[in-house]
Write a protein that binds this ligand. Structure first.
Ligand SMILES: [Zn+2]
Length: 381
């Protein structure tokens, strides 16, 4: 039986361990904690070492050495909050709300995955192979764990992502894809007093032209958004800059928009406004769009039915939005994937982050019902 006080004690422990994406020590303290809970429950735990810059990846299952997963649940351990934030904004409960760094995005959801395993009927627990995946680099584009996550997705039939639920109660089956580009402009330096007489090529001016041209690609109809976000250049007011760097983030509704954007950059680099400036660009992070897998329509009908019958709830989904999760990679492998299934709350990535205390049991009930439904469905299909 679910015990809210026990859950809140565990949540307090894990929220009180700062686990910024760049802090492998804090991350591995959280990994240790989740591992100890899982092992106490009799689950099988594999701890995948990734590298020294991040924490370990946890693969937890009710089966020993599974080669196939009927269901995977996924959550991330890392947060965007700086180290020591939990001292400044400690875990606390005020009325209906539980506050703390990373609580909504997404420590409550990640912890819930372990508690959900306890609520499943014995029949479901025995009949299904269920995997729980936890990574430590989601907030930095899952730069180290994308391929590992994809390898688990290829072994799975259904996936649930427990990113913090939204207060409107809507779930997510589609997310935009994203890429970040680092663009470097090489020019030719010159004393500002000699610009008219001596050879020079102003890298900063060429970068300015790119910022304007790339910004023009924002398009509501195609859903492409482009944000030149960081620009740096120049050493002194009286020197023509010979180097400039710009970081641009884009959001796409379709994979082909990555190539379209890159070909635009290629054509800009072939016809510089400032003669003599050369440009190179590099895609430094990328997530493919999360699109509904084949069979999603039929699956949503099943979910709507079981939500209504077992929980008295309507199940509804968001229109496609710009935020990303590991669901982007999982859905890209053709797996049916629902996201935003964690406890409802708000304030992710902000100082005041919270979940509704009563939402924890609802989250656990939602997932229990979803997994039981898959077990029932598989009996007859
Ligand atoms: Zn998140």
């Amino acid at each position: 039986m679910f015990d809210l006080n026990e859950f809140l004690d565990d949540l307090k422990t894990v929220v009180s361990i700062d686990s910024n994406s760049y802090d492998p020590v804090g991350l591995n303290k959280c990994v240790d904690f989740y591992q100890s809970i899982a092992e106490k429950q009799g689950l099988f735990v594999k701890r995948h070492f990734i590298n020294d810059k991040t924490g370990d990846f946890l693969e937890i299952s009710n089966k020993e050495n599974p080669t196939h997963y009927d269901v995977i649940m996924m959550g991330h351990i890392d947060t965007v909050q700086p180290v020591d934030y939990s001292k400044e904004y400690p875990f606390r409960i005020e009325g209906e709300l539980a506050h703390g760094p990373g609580i909504s995005d997404m420590k409550a959801g990640t912890l819930s995955m372990l508690y959900i395993m306890r609520e499943l009927s014995k029949e479901t627990y025995d009949s299904l192979s269920i995997g729980i995946l936890m990574n430590c680099d989601e907030e930095i584009s899952s730069r180290y764990t994308e391929q590992l996550t994809r390898s688990f997705a290829r072994k799975a039939d259904y996936a649930f992502i427990l990113e913090g639920g939204k207060n409107d109660g809507q779930h997510t089956i589609m997310r935009k894809g994203t890429a970040t580009y680092k663009i470097t402009f090489h020019g030719l330096a010159c004393h500002a007093g000699h610009i008219l007489e001596q050879p020079n090529a102003n890298a900063l001016v060429e970068m300015g032209r790119w910022a304007v041209e790339l910004h023009k690609l924002n398009n509501k109809e195609t859903g492409l958004s482009v944000n030149p976000g960081i620009c740096s250049s120049g050493r002194a007011g009286n020197v023509v800059p010979d180097l400039a760097e710009m970081t641009v983030n884009i959001r796409v509704t379709h994979k082909s928009q990555f190539e379209e954007f890159e070909s635009k950059m290629k054509s800009l680099s072939e016809s510089p406004y400032i003669n003599g400036v050369t440009v190179e660009f590099e895609r430094v992070a990328c997530r493919t769009p999360m699109l509904p897998a084949p069979g999603m329509d039929e699956y949503l009908e099943r979910v709507k039915k079981v939500f209504y019958e077992k929980l008295g709830l309507n199940f509804s989904v968001n229109p496609m939005k710009g935020g990303c999760s590991d669901g982007n990679f999982i859905a890209d492998e053709g797996v049916i994937c629902l996201d935003h299934l964690g406890p409802h709350g708000s304030g992710g990535h902000k100082k005041i982050e919270y979940i509704y205390k009563d939402e924890i049991i609802h989250c656990i009930n939602r997932l229990t019902v979803l997994i039981e439904e898959i077990a029932d469905y598989k009996k007859t299909h």
